[in-house]
Design a protein around this ligand. Structure first.
Ligand code: NI
Length: 205
């Protein structure tokens, strides 16, 4: 009886410790100011300071008042990013006038190559309202962290790790919808097609 009781205590302690560790490692915790809030809803997004494709400095607050459709990627991406940006553009076209309430935003995870000058012609290939954002390595790291986006330079055999061109990036491919107040509304996996995306977006508009 006593042994059983001790085992139960140990189990409870272990589960508690594991849960705390999970939450600390990014499950559902977020730091705002000096206090750490923990809620059941995933806290994705938040403050950022970046530079848009026209060279203007912007913050997340500049996007408040409209929904924001956020995608992280890089202009040199051969396949995934152009596909996703086409899906976003097609979905916005399907929404017609309603799409005026959404600002599509492409945040680079490759600031070394994606300067405003590189982003400016790139965004015009997709949607007229698409905004490209870049920044310093630190600014991009902070923005990606806020959205829990993973990115890293891909290592290929025999490649110079310091090469300034020609390299590929690995990155998460997720479309985030943020509400007009800047808080997370929902996200879409990268397999979502334009019809489905338009249909799901229209429920928020
Ligand atoms: Ni990509």
């Amino acid at each position: 009886m006593r042994v059983k009781f001790i085992i139960v205590i140990i189990l409870a302690f272990t589960i508690g410790a594991m849960t705390a560790l999970f939450l600390r490692q990014g499950g559902f915790s977020s730091t705002s100011g000096n206090s750490v809030k923990t809620t059941g809803k995933a806290l994705i997004g938040g403050a950022f300071q970046l530079t848009d494709h026209t060279g203007k400095r912007v913050t997340d607050k500049d996007f408040h008042g409209k929904f924001m459709l956020v995608y992280f990627g890089y202009t040199f991406c051969p396949d995934v990013c152009p596909t996703e940006l086409q899906v976003i553009s097609a979905a916005l076209d399907k929404l017609g006038q309603k799409a005026d309430r959404i600002t599509p935003v492409f945040i680079t995870i490759d600031p070394q190559r994606d300067t405003p000058e590189t982003l400016a012609p790139y965004v015009t290939h997709f949607h007229k309202s698409l905004i490209g954002l870049t920044g310093s390595s630190d600014e991009i790291r902070r923005a990606a962290k806020a959205y829990r986006v993973y990115y890293a330079r891909a290592k290929s055999e025999g490649e110079d790790p310091d090469a300034k061109t020609g390299y590929l990036m690995n990155h998460s491919s997720i479309i985030f919808l943020m509400g007009p107040d800047g808080t997370f509304a929902t996200h879409f996996p990268h397999t979502t097609d334009p019809d489905k995306l338009a249909e799901k977006l229209s429920k928020f508009l």
